[in-house]
Design a protein around this ligand. Structure first.
Ligand code: NAD
Length: 307
């Protein structure tokens, strides 16, 4: 088993480290246009080998990536300061398309997992550039936002985050939809679980989840651990053929009436990638917000194609 990580920056290096600690694969190849950086990160990571569960980690090229089961694209233009994910789209798209061209040219036959932002548009760009079946091109989408939602709810409700089910749907970004109607704790809805559900300010929680990335970037300049763990969780579901249900960015083909757009809905993930896209029974208000999120993505995608 081999995973190729494109981009040895904050996200790529942290994802490699998390992948190594999880001991999911024996081989991890790091590819970065800055070869010195890729070599240095590979060497630093390899230093942990004797103390962890050893993996072969090296700085490589497209020929190495061609033999991978999964290619993770973290190479992209990172957001700085007030830049939104959508505002860096054109710069990121050029990088993502170059990575996909290189992969396809080298004969890569695995699954592409895109983390570069704006992730929904970058995954659509990767899908179109690759010519692959849609299920083989996946974006990390709102898995990270959903994890943030579960974490916030777990703190308010005093239960473990793993005990909270629920998803953020739509764009990974400003138009995302915290779907409170999908939240379950031990099979109970929020109203059933707490006598004081009205005290939970859903719009304040949704806002905290939406702003979480910006707040972290304000403090440390980038985000890395949350997204790296999301990347590893998706790789794990694929490699172990789990048929796990995770909210990831997938190409919609009529779900909720949305066509030819990448955005997040709960998906069944296994060895072949996205095996099924689910359409949970969300409230009419959430559906309206989801359709608005799709409109935002379509407009941004059109602007990207046009520009
Ligand atoms: P970074 O600048 O630290 O790393 C990006 C790396 O990509 C750099 O090392 C750069 O040299 C490399 N690169 C650029 N062009 C390349 C190419 N053509 N081939 C190979 N490598 C190339 O940025 P980062 O903080 O690691 O963030 C990377 C991306 O991940 C950004 O787009 C960021 O917005 C995104 N991100 C996504 C999420 C998410 O939830 N999806 C979360 C955090 C960051």
């Amino acid at each position: 088993m081999r995973v190729a990580i494109f981009g040895a920056g904050h996200v790529g290096a942290t994802a490699t480290y998390a992948l190594m600690l999880r001991a999911l694969v024996r081989e991890i190849v790091l590819i970065d246009s800055n070869m010195a950086l890729a070599r240095a990160e590979a060497a630093d990571l390899s230093d942990a080998n004797a103390l962890a569960r050893p993996a072969m980690i090296w700085a490589g090229d497209y020929a190495d990536a061609a033999l991978a089961d999964i290619a993770v694209i973290t190479a992209g233009a990172a957001t700085h300061g007030d830049e939104t994910r959508l505002s860096v789209a054109a710069r990121s798209a050029a990088i993502v398309r170059a990575c996909v061209d290189g992969l396809v040219g080298a004969g890569f036959a695995g699954i592409i997992l895109v983390a570069a932002n704006p992730v929904d548009l970058m995954t659509l760009a990767a899908f179109r550039q690759s010519g692959f079946a849609a299920g083989r091109v996946i974006g990390t989408g709102t898995l990270l936002d959903s994890s943030r939602l579960r974490q916030v709810l777990s703190q308010r409700l005093l239960v473990a985050p793993t005990a909270v089910q629920g998803a953020v749907l739509g764009e990974h970004g400003d138009s995302e939809v915290a779907a409170f109607s999908t939240v379950r704790i031990g099979g109970m809805t929020l109203d059933e679980f707490t006598a004081d559900a009205a005290a939970l300010d859903e719009s304040e929680i949704a806002d905290a989840v939406r702003q979480a990335g910006y707040a972290i970037i304000g403090g440390k300049g980038y985000t890395s651990f949350g997204i790296a763990t999301a990347i590893v969780r998706i790789c794990e579901a694929i490699i172990r053929d789990e048929h796990a249900v995770l909210p990831v960015s997938a190409r919609l083909d009529g779900q909720f009436g949305i066509h030819d757009l990448y955005l997040s809905l709960p998906c069944v993930l296994g060895r072949g990638g996205v095996e099924r896209i689910l359409t949970p029974d969300i409230s009419p208000a959430e559906l309206a917000l989801l359709l608005r999120s799709a409109d935002v993505l379509r407009a941004a995608g059109n602007a990207l194609e046009g520009g």
